[in-house]
Design a protein around this ligand. Structure first.
Ligand code: SAM
Ligand code: DTB
Ligand code: SF4
Length: 363
């Protein structure tokens, strides 16, 4: 059956608010029609450039303007990345997702190094994902040539609520970056965060934005906010597990072929809660004791959970063939040195300003 791409907020809210047993049954049925319910894709995150970010994302411990006791780092070396990727493969991950605390990618030595990291990991026969901020079409093409499997760029929330979270960049630039990735052979990974104080309408609004993309993203991470001391969202109450289950189930129903990732926030979830998320259609997780900068469940505990639930890790390139890595010397795409005008709305967000004020040293 052809996938539906004209979802409305009302339709999605109706699904989200169904009696739980009906919602679970519907989501699990769709899940089985499109996926093996006992297979879960396992990714490992690697923060290749940590902290010191110029953006004001209200949830993020890596934004320089908030003081979060985070130790920042320059870009890792290709050798360090290779060693970490080998560890991840050893621990059962099929994908490495490299994150950089950048607003956008700039052509130059650092990006060239990232391209080499992509080639190196792809040659280990692992899926490679990057999340580096906004990118141009030329940069997306260069990543594709290096052998990138997926690019992560989250919409994070609805277009309306985005304005309450970030003032240094606009929603349309997120969509533009996703579109730039779409023009290449690289798969799209885009999702968001719940628990930032958004309404159910905002959750549905984000799913409308994702599900009406054509094609829909190959992977959608659903993160529960990790409330970090010093960020504007430090005081946010943790979301009830039921919200995560409903969000996962709704995502599964509106994007049947997508891999839905039960992402940040698993340290707060019981095994029973996570099991319900897998039943509701989640079929991917981040493994490893660290996300980018915050804790994640212990690998052995996750292995024990997989054993208890009879889940098996998905093999690399099961959904899409391994891309070829073209060496830098044979590259068709050269850096263009473009300076795209990514937007900077610059409106005032009360809680972001307050957190910034707190971080300022007293005179
Ligand atoms: N700087 C790049 C960007 O913003 O696109 C890439 C890295 S950024 C850390 C990637 C994603 O991590 C964000 O879009 C957000 O969804 C997620 N994230 C960051 N901090 C988080 C937190 N405290 N809780 C949950 N998810 C978070
Ligand atoms: C995604 O959706 N979640 C990951 C990954 N994509 C890059 C990041 C979660 C970060 C959680 C906060 C931290 O560890 O810094
Ligand atoms: Fe920077 Fe990305 Fe964090 Fe925003 S989410 S502050 S862009 S690292």
């Amino acid at each position: 059956m052809a996938l539906k791409h004209d979802w409305t907020k009302e339709e999605i809210l109706e699904i989200y608010n169904k009696p739980l047993m009906e919602l679970l049954y519907e989501a699990a049925t769709i899940h089985r029609e499109h996926h093996d319910p006992n297979t879960v894709q396992v990714s490992t995150l690697l923060s290749i450039k940590t902290g010191g970010c110029p953006e004001d994302c209200g949830y993020c411990p890596q934004a320089a303007r908030y003081h979060t006791n985070l130790e920042g780092n320059d870009l890792m070396s290709v050798n360090q990345v290779k060693a970490q990727a080998l560890r991840a493969r050893e621990a059962g991950s099929s994908r490495v997702c490299m994150g950089a605390a950048w607003r956008n990618v700039k052509d130059g030595e650092e990006f060239d190094n990232v391209l080499e990291m992509v080639r190196t990991i792809n040659k280990l026969d692992m899926e490679v994902c990057c999340t580096l901020g906004m990118i141009t079409e030329n940069q997306a093409q260069r990543l594709a040539e290096a052998g990138l499997y997926a690019y992560n760029h989250n919409l994070d929330t609805s277009e309306e609520y985005y304005k309450e979270v970030i003032s240094t960049r606009g929603y349309e630039d997120r969509l533009k970056t996703i579109d730039n990735v779409r023009k290449t052979n690289v798969t799209v990974c885009s999702g968001g965060i719940i628990g930032m104080g958004e309404s159910e309408e905002d959750r549905a609004g984000m799913l409308v934005a994702l599900a009406t993309l054509n094609p829909q993203p190959e992977s959608v991470p659903i993160n529960a906010l990790v409330a970090v001391e010093g960020t504007p969202m430090a005081e946010q109450e943790p979301i009830p597990i039921w919200d995560m289950i409903r969000m996962v189930a709704t995502t599964r129903i509106v994007m049947p072929e997508t891999q839905v990732r039960l992402s940040a926030g698993r340290t707060q979830m019981s095994r029973e809660g996570q099991a319900m998320c897998f039943f509701a259609g989640a079929n991917s997780i981040f493994a490893g004791d660290k996300l980018l900068t915050t804790p994640n469940p212990d690998v052995n505990e996750d292995m024990e959970m997989f054993r208890l639930l009879g889940l098996n890790p998905q093999k690399a390139f099961e959904k899409k063939a391994q891309p070829e890595s073209i060496e830098a010397a044979n590259s068709k795409y050269q850096p263009k040195g473009e300076k795209p005008k990514w937007s900077r709305p610059g409106h005032q967000i009360e809680r972001n300003l307050k957190a910034q004020e707190k971080a300022r040293p007293k005179a």
